[in-house]
Design a protein around this ligand. Sequence first.
Ligand SMILES: NC(=O)C1=CN([C@@H]2O[C@H](COP(=O)(O)OP(=O)(O)OC[C@H]3O[C@@H](n4cnc5c(N)ncnc54)[C@H](OP(=O)(O)O)[C@@H]3O)[C@@H](O)[C@H]2O)C=CC1
Ligand SMILES: O=C(O)CCC(=O)C(=O)O
Ligand SMILES: [Mg+2]
Length: 744
Amino acid sequence: MPKTPKIIYTLTDEAPALATHSLLPIIDAFTDPAGIEVETRDISLAGRIIALFPDCLSEEQRIGDHLAELGELAKTPEANIIKLPNISASTPQLKAAIKELQQQGYKLPDYPEEPGSDDEKQVKARYDKVKGSAVNPVLREGNSDRRAPQSVKGYARKYPHRMGKWSSDSQSHVAHMSEGDFYGSEKSAVIDGAGELRIELVGKDGGLTVLKDKLAVLEGEVVDGAAMSSRRLRRFIAAEIEDAKQRDVLFSLHLKATMMKVSDPIMFGIVVSEFYGEVLEKHADTLDKAGFDRNNGIGDLYSAIQSLPGDKQEEIKSDIEALYSERPPLAMVNSHKGITNLHVPSDVIIDASMPAMIRDSGKMWGADDALHDAKAVIPDRCYAGIYQIVIEDCKQHGAFDPTTMGSVPNVGLMAQKAEEYGSHDKTFQIPADGTVRVTDGNGRVLFEHEVEREDIWRMCQTKDAPIQDWVKLAVTRARDSGAPAVFWLDSQRAHDAQLITKVERYLKDHDTDGLDIRIMAPEDAMRFSLERIRKGEDTISVTGNVLRDYLTDLFPIMELGTSAKMLSIVPLMNGGGLFETGAGGSAPKHVQQFLEENHLRWDSLGEFLALAASLEHLGKTFDNARATVLAKSLDKANGAFLDSDKSPKRKAGELDNRGSHFYLALYWAQALAAQDDDGELKALFGKLTEVLKAQEQTIVDELNQVQGQPVDIQGYFHPDYQRTREAMRPSATFNKALEEIVKN
Ligand SMILES: NC(=O)C1=CN([C@@H]2O[C@H](COP(=O)(O)OP(=O)(O)OC[C@H]3O[C@@H](n4cnc5c(N)ncnc54)[C@H](OP(=O)(O)O)[C@@H]3O)[C@@H](O)[C@H]2O)C=CC1
Ligand SMILES: O=C(O)CCC(=O)C(=O)O
Ligand SMILES: [Mg+2]
């Protein structure tokens, strides 16, 4: 283990990246006197793009592959990484980021969506490495422990957020397929000895296509295959469009095109082509030549047609308007700008979109800028049903009450690219009718599926060591918290049935005496947890990777108003720590407000909690007393911060992200000044406390008075460093006080 305790702080995108400009100098000032190094690594979308093309860029423009470096670090015991949310780019976002960098003088190639030459294929393959959820799976070398700490729960009870009212006659509901989906077709096998698998398509005509060869597997690993029928999906969508019209509810689609970066954009494209079918067929040739790709959403049509003559553009646009009058109303992302649910595949992401709908009375925004009941289309049955249970519960009992409700923390299986979220390199859109089969090294067929052209077939892997670690983490959390722990597993699903056998076996490795540990199908587990939550009782959800994602936005958004207030720890399997900040995303809406009004609503509580956990881990693993002192006092500061409600407010002129950072610094300094474990730190931060206390009003004024005006940071994905830093640190008084600390 190296002598110097070190924390790696990640530089990411959008709102969290802006916040970092203000928070990092504070972290530096507090950790510097304790001899703790805080280093940064750039894993932003722009940074990752730049790292792909050193050959096209000048020496000063180049950045190393920081993500790969951190991926290696995550496998070592000394890893201590604070990971902020980053953009998981859809194709439209990737193209926009490339364009911005090109305009800044980076000589990057365009993204060739339909590569012709070998050169273009190579460029596309490089870019595809940064597409979608490309960061988290690399760093998550452990399972996840996400929960609302007591202090945060206490805050939510004291300062409850607004919840929309539910009505028992709400027409909102979830719609899912009843056949032909992944759920219905899943087959699973457990590997009995390490080796390699092969995935092949045997065409109806007898031809053989190898889809993937030499797929390494380990003993005890669970592998599954499943198919989504494109024909049945189309039929289902057509019926749901009609049904939404009959019931006069908004039509909305909820997928995870960012994380499920191969399958879900295709499903998104199928829904786009069903909804806009008539217009897309009528203008098929023109749109094809203009480069429209339905998988990128209807927004891509509006970009693509800009290359057409004006009258053609108008004709297509008015055909779309005419079509809208025959279709059910669409849920809107931004009704002022006419951006619909089907515009961009990354705008509506199920983990955040369904909770937002449930929080807002089960309604979504319509084109008339008002809230309406909605049909939430979630095609695959694997997890759709859990949201319907929540909707039914809210219809029956009304909205949840943040002042009395219990909590549902999560222990999630995600290490080593577990389950669906690691399936992208084994997901294929099938080129011809036939049978997909998976064979092992002896040519034995593990399972096979009949498929049709355009179907989506995917395979998932879940290694045994992460499953054992997950069971252990669940038992530990149940023991530490005293709450019942429920494994959300469905014995009717092939994959889950294998996991149930393993969970039952591995639970025997632990002392579970006196613990309440159950295995329930997801819908039953949801009913059970909701019944308890309404009584103010806590229930640990122990889930696979997808439900981990869904539930850790759903419950925090109900309980705390936002998942930004979650503690989100990834105990790495090799002993290191990955500390994620909150459980939400990078909040593009917040950047928009910042640029227009110089007010940043991003709540950094997730960062504060992660930093405390990271320092605590550092104190333990390096036996570093000062890190422990910093951790304990930061914990106290977080409590004071919550107690006095210094979280950012929503409107310009009020305390924002920067002001909240100032108060964190003040409370942290006060806690350090109050402790007696380390005299030097006590004296140093005693002085800082005096300065900050004396200048409190001046600093808050300096931070708030800049607000209300637009701010130009010269870029969205890759803003100008100096300009952003200046914009995010507008209080000369505060900056000077921090500098004094580092000088001392
Ligand atoms: N761990 C990661 O790296 C993750 C990354 N992402 C990525 O983030 C981007 C945006 O995703 P999206 O699904 O829109 O989700 P976001 O969580 O960014 O946005 C949804 C809403 O959550 C609330 N919110 C989230 N974080 C905060 C915060 N710190 N402070 C206050 N409010 C917050 C806001 O809601 P409100 O206005 O209702 O308060 C926000 O508008 C995508 O590129 C996505 O891929 C998404 C999830 C996790
Ligand atoms: O990696 C991503 O794209 C999103 C991750 C996410 O939503 C989560 O882990 O909760
Ligand atoms: Mg999520």
